[in-house]
Structure formats: C-alpha cells, structure tokens
Design a protein around this ligand. Structure first.
Ligand code: FES
Ligand SMILES: [Fe+2]
Length: 311
C-alpha cells in the first residue's frame, strides 16, 4: 500500500470496493490488482520515462485465504501457505473452519498504539497463559466476575483455570488447549466422564456456538478433531508471528459464561511502537441476540475498552 512514486499511502480505507485506487499526493492511479493505470497529465508523461508503465505497479504480496482470513507475505518464493501452517492446521481447523457458513466480523476492528517492540507482544501471544494467575488476578476477586466460593479452585485461585495442554509446532505456532471436562463439571454440574463427544459439545458448546449449531461441527471436522474439541480444545493461540486469537468463555454477572471470539494483530509501527488491532468475531449462523451479547461482553473484557486487555 505504498505509492511507487513518492511513497504515499495509496488506500486509506480498511474495506470497500473501487475501480481504481487514486493516490492523494499526485494522482497516480492503480487497478484493484495493483497494476499502474496512469498519472494525470498523461500527454506530458508525468510518470516519467525512466520506467515503463508495467514497472510502476504496486508491490504485490503473495496471499492465501484461510477460514475467511487473508494472509499475505512478501516472501513470494517462500514455503507454501499449507507448509507454513504445518501441523497447526489440524488444530486451527477446529476454530476457523468448524462451521459450514464460516465467520464474520462484528464491526470494524479496534485499534490502539502500544509503546513497545512488536515482538514482545508476539511472545506473549505464543501462549503465555500463566500470567493470568497474577496479572488478571482480579478476574477471580472482583464482582461480578469473582468466582463463587463453593466452586472447584474456589475464590481467588485462578490456577485450575490454567490446566491443559500446550501445543506448539516448529513454525512457531502455539495453542493453549484447556481442560474442557473440568469446565463442564464446574459450569453445568454434570459428569463429563459419562458423556459422549456429542453430549459434551452440546452441554457446553465451543465459545460462540449454540447447542443447535453443534450438528454442523460434525459435518466439518473429523472424529479425532471432535474428540479434542470436547476434551481439551484450543482456546488461545497464535498465528506465528503476530496474530493472536481467543476462543474463550467470558464470565457474566449472572454467573453464566458467554463465548467470545477475537483476533488480535500486532502490527509493527517502528522499533518501539506497535499497533494493536482487535477484531471481534462471530459465526454467521449464531443468532443475532447471542452475537449482540458476545459483542458486549467482548468489549467489556477485550480490546481498547476491555478490562483484561488494560492489564
Ligand atoms: S506519491 Fe503517489 S502519486 Fe505521488
Ligand atoms: Fe492476558
């Protein structure tokens, strides 16, 4: 998104459609695919005679679409996107490719600047789960989020919430897969050891899904994936290096939980500055009233307005 003339940002928008991208500085125009159309004062050859028009297009990234997300790289001859995902794809599919219709964003992304090197945020994104016990300790202490004294790991102890499996691949992708059986016991009072995979997924559906949407999972995931989804699903993880995602249960004032699905991107803005972008997501099939609740609880706890993220 850099004009080959004198480096102006060409498109200032995040979304939309256009026949031509027009640079605001001197008016050079580019096709949607980045090819150079021309400059004003065509007859006088304002774009110069040093380079041909074919050489004056925007620099093109190699892109791949996965789960409705667009990934891009400047490494045109590098590994394929599938190679880049590697073994992590098997787990990612449980989150990003689990429903037939797929996901949508609940509005434009939130953005804020952080005075830090982007790699520090990425390290946290590579599955630092244990900070929650200390940094987000208030989640167990403060109303309306305080844990009920009668529950397992009662009161102020968040440690049992951390029980789970850490998955990582050679490419640097990581995921925290958190014990679902414990959650089922705690949140529904039922005994998961006597339940089938389908019963477990229905009694406490993955974040963002309703019980009615569970049969759709069986159309999109393998038996083995469904078994993991019902016992230790990936809940927080990263796309190496700078994408972090959360498919989590957030507490509500009435003691129930609401699913939240969010994607963060840590965009380098210089050696000491990063832009934190936060998209709040929902499955397209999720009922509108559930989407509205997901959006509200996500804004309360995540992103620019979120109490967890303020920590
Ligand atoms: S910088 Fe874009 S037209 Fe000059
Ligand atoms: Fe955190």
């Amino acid at each position: 998104n850099v004009c080959p003339h004198r480096g102006m940002k060409v498109s200032t928008l995040d979304a939309g459609n256009t026949q031509a991208h027009l640079c605001i500085y001197h008016g050079w125009a580019f096709k949607p695919n980045g090819d150079f159309i021309g400059a004003p004062a065509e007859k006088e050859c304002m774009h110069g005679k040093i380079r041909t028009k074919a050489e004056l297009g925007l620099q093109k990234a190699r892109v791949a679409v996965y789960g409705g997300l667009i990934f891009a790289t400047w490494n045109i001859d590098g590994p394929s996107f599938d190679e880049f995902l590697g073994d992590a794809k098997w787990y990612y599919d449980m989150l990003w490719c689990r429903t037939t219709k797929g996901m949508e964003v609940l509005g434009p992304p939130q953005r804020f600047m952080i005075r830090a090197n982007w790699k520090t945020a990425c390290e946290q994104g590579a599955s630092d789960g244990f900070h929650a016990v200390t940094l987000h300790r208030w989640l167990a202490e403060v109303c309306p989020y305080a844990k009920k004294p009668s529950t397992e790991g009662a009161g102020e102890d968040l440690t049992p919430e951390m029980y789970g499996v850490e998955v990582w691949t050679d490419h640097g992708h990581t995921m925290r897969c958190i014990d679902q059986n414990r959650k089922i016991r705690r949140l529904t009072g039922k005994d998961p050891s006597k339940m089938t995979v389908e019963e477990k997924l229905t009694v406490l559906p993955p974040p963002g899904l309703t019980p009615e949407m569970v049969p759709d999972l069986f159309k999109n995931l393998s038996k083995e994936q469904l078994a993991v989804l019902a016992s230790s699903p990936p809940q927080v993880g990263n796309f190496f290096p700078n994408g972090l995602f959360e498919f989590i249960y957030l507490p509500m004032a009435d003691g129930k939980v609401m699913g939240a699905m969010a994607l963060h991107a840590y965009v380098p803005m210089g050696p000491e500055k990063l832009m934190f972008m936060n998209w709040i997501l929902a499955e397209k099939d999720t009922p509108p009233e559930v989407k509205a609740q997901m959006l509200r609880v996500s804004c309360q706890l995540l992103g620019t307005s979120g109490m967890v993220e303020q920590d």
